[in-house]
Ligand binder design. Structure first.
Ligand SMILES: Cc1ncc(COP(=O)(O)O)c(C=O)c1O
Length: 343
């Protein structure tokens, strides 16, 4: 979306944007933005929200503030790399809680999660809706994980950057609303499709932790970009319309993708995402998936993420459905399969 398109959602916003000042903003974020973000939640107040640069800065800062060398962390797997890699870099032990493939899509085994808890476990890291599987935890699963975390007195960091793109129409609670030691990560980049704004946030009930995170932010970005904060306020005020627009793009692309995968049931096992614009597709072609994807991008300019990028040792690739030119890219992918003699 262009800046002009975004500003057109709100009458008078363009003029206000052009007249906005370019000084430093508040470390914890523009107060109006914190208010609009807090209203996404049921129990958060503006004081519970800290604005950051995208989602990557708060992942890095949170892990560095909470964790010490030797702590044990459990991370959902597969997931976005930095959600467990920052903990490794700090010197933590990391156990992976793998979401398993079943005949009917992905399955989260909560008992297995509890079995991974050690005496020195400090944190559970979740990513729901998940990159790359498109799996989203159901309300009962969120409740069960909160219960386990409460029993063992653990923090739960839930990366919810794709929240708002539920494709089954069911809205799940934000983790921070559900659990007193829950931390919710949100961002303008993913569900809203506004990555260039570089605005993300953490929602947290624990005020002591918030104070530490504000101090930490002085060492990373100090404050967020004022123009981006303004544009994020506009986008969040029109959240329903923007999310509905993005869900429509994904739904339209998924229809085309399903027709495609139905044509090649022997080659691929398609997992329809429950939420979000990505899915992890099982590939029954024997060529190593990394080589398969490397040749595809160099010969056709089409990007699929091979599972080795996620340190996931099975034949999967991630496909994205968030772009308007999806049909064109899929046609190029089909040409590639034909040229290589796979079909
Ligand atoms: C699950 C997840 N979390 C966090 C990020 C980082 O987001 P940002 O680019 O807004 O920093 C990404 C980016 O791909 C992601 O997929």
């Amino acid at each position: 979306m262009s800046i002009k398109d975004l500003l057109s959602y709100e009458e008078g916003a363009e003029k206000q944007f052009l007249n906005s000042r370019l000084g430093y903003t508040e470390v914890s974020g523009n107060p109006e933005l914190r208010k609009v973000i807090s209203e996404l939640y049921t129990t958060m107040k503006p004081k519970n929200v800290i604005v950051h640069a995208g989602a990557q800065e708060p992942i890095f800062n949170f892990m560095n503030v909470l964790l010490d060398k030797g702590d044990h962390v459990i991370s959902q797997f597969p997931t976005y790399q930095s959600l467990f890699e920052v903990a490794y870099a700090i010197g933590c032990e990391v156990a992976k809680w793998t979401i398993e493939q079943s005949e009917n899509g992905w399955v989260a085994d909560i008992n297995k999660l509890e079995q991974l808890i050690q005496p020195n476990t400090k944190l559970i890291v979740l990513n729901s809706p998940n990159n790359p599987t498109g799996y989203t935890l159901k309300k009962e699963e969120i409740e069960a994980i909160a219960e386990i975390a409460r029993k063992h007195d653990l923090y739960v960091f839930c990366d919810e950057v794709y929240k708002g793109l539920e494709l089954d129409g069911i809205k799940r609670p934000w983790f921070a609303d559900h659990y007193e030691k829950g931390v919710s990560l949100g961002v303008m980049s993913k569900a809203y499709g506004l990555a260039g704004l570089r605005i993300g946030w953490l929602a947290i009930r624990d005020m002591e932790l918030i104070e530490k995170l504000i101090k930490m932010k002085h060492y990373t970005s100090i404050c967020s970009s004022g123009p981006s904060e303004f544009l994020s306020i506009v986008a969040l005020k029109h959240s329903d319309k923007i999310l509905a627009r993005n869900v429509r793009i994904i739904e339209d692309n998924l229809k085309i993708a399903e027709e495609f995968f139905n044509r090649y049931p022997d080659l691929f096992e398609f997992n329809r995402p429950m939420a979000g614009p990505v899915s992890f597709v099982k590939m029954n072609i024997t060529a190593p998936v990394e080589e398969f994807c490397d040749a595809l991008i160099s010969e056709k300019g089409v990007l699929l993420l091979p599972s080795n990028i996620y340190s996931f040792q099975r034949q999967y690739f991630r496909m994205g459905f968030g772009r308007k030119n999806f049909a064109e890219s899929l046609a190029k992918f089909e040409d590639y399969l034909i040229e290589k003699g796979y079909v």
